[in-house]
Design a protein around this ligand. Structure first.
Ligand SMILES: [Zn+2]
Ligand SMILES: [Zn+2]
Length: 266
């Protein structure tokens, strides 16, 4: 029987400097599982997939997605385990109401304790400088000095935060965010916090083979009106593409090998 084939939907890609070529990843069957997650979010109005875990459930409500904070990207990845069964991974982009870690969701690419340590150390210093700047005569030399100091501290902060992120690819190679970022210029804030890198990271760590992925937006449209409730979007061009070339390295070969094995007629 001849089945009508639609071209596979490319959802993630990036240029790999090691191979000198573009690596890509496709949607597969992920939309079906996204729709299941959408139904859950719609019906339950919360993101705790395992209710009754004793967590502060108010922070896990979806109410904030429709308010001032606006909506968020969610991602689903279909994976094959080493014993051949299917495993579904889920991720939300960035933090969820201030939470980096929620049970049942892909963890961030860094150690949260170390992240919080840097945050609590530098954030009050930046705030102090901000207050001092307000109390100083604008464009005077002490003012210029304070502005310079704040800029330097923010830059240091970003560098410290970025150094916490570790990316692992499908060849088992590890690289820092700075080393993996394959584009000139600064690393945009929030790089590595999108759904795609979180999902690939969890798959690598748990020895899973990703077969498909899809990302959708949920909640009040973003301020630039580029993301709408319930719509699917490929991984982003400015933060994800520059790191996914490294992350996806080795995956195509793994998938090809698997396809060869499963296609044997005996
Ligand atoms: Zn992204
Ligand atoms: Zn490569």
């Amino acid at each position: 029987m001849q089945q009508k084939k639609t071209p596979p939907q490319r959802v993630a890609h990036g240029f790999c400097r090691d191979c000198g070529e573009e690596h890509a990843f496709y949607e597969g069957e992920a939309r079906v599982h996204c729709r299941e997650l959408m139904r859950f979010l719609e019906q339950e109005e919360r993101i705790d997939l395992h209710a009754g875990t004793g967590e502060d459930t108010s922070r896990l409500s979806t109410a904030s997605l429709y308010g001032e904070a606006r909506g968020k990207m969610f991602g689903v990845m279909v994976c094959r385990t080493t014993d051949g069964s299917t495993r579904i991974l889920r991720a939300f982009s960035g933090q969820y109401n201030g939470l980096w870690e929620v049970q049942g969701w892909a963890p961030p690419l860094f150690d949260v304790t170390a992240f919080n340590r840097i945050y609590t150390e530098i954030e009050p210093r930046i705030k102090d400088l901000g207050r001092a700047i307000l109390l100083t005569e604008p464009h005077s030399s002490p003012w210029t000095e304070l502005i310079r100091e704040r800029k330097q501290l923010s830059r240091q902060w970003m560098r410290d935060i970025h150094s916490l992120y570790t990316l692992t690819n499908f060849r088992g190679e590890e690289r820092s965010l700075t080393d993996a970022f394959a584009r000139n210029g600064g690393i945009p804030t929030g790089t590595g916090d999108c759904c795609a890198p979180k999902l690939f990271n969890q798959a690598v760590k748990e020895h899973l083979t990703p077969l498909g992925m899809a990302e959708f937006y949920w909640g009040r449209e973003n301020s630039s009106q580029t993301r709408h409730h319930g719509q699917f979007y490929p991984s982003c061009a400015n933060k994800c593409a520059p790191i996914l070339g490294f992350v996806l390295c080795g995956l195509e070969e793994t998938l090809k090998k698997r396809a060869d094995n499963t296609c044997r007629p005996w």
